[in-house]
Design a protein. Sequence first.
Length: 84
Amino acid sequence: MEKDPFKTDKPLYDYSIKYDVSHLPNELKEIIKELESYDKIGDWFSYDMKFPQLDIIAKSYWRNNIITEYDYKTLLKKYGGIYD
């Protein structure tokens, strides 16, 4: 059986970063839930397609003072491994 090139057994986000998402707007929580579901099945392709949505929406919330800069940067670090 051939290995699916769109699946991986490696983590897709940084599990070591502890961050409570309960205070975030529901839209962000839903995106995070979807990203974590892709991680569970190792679907890196869908994860990589969804992550930019998290970045764009989180940045909009940060710019409109709905979340803090810390929230925004932590989300990028945890789920994208990047900084803005």
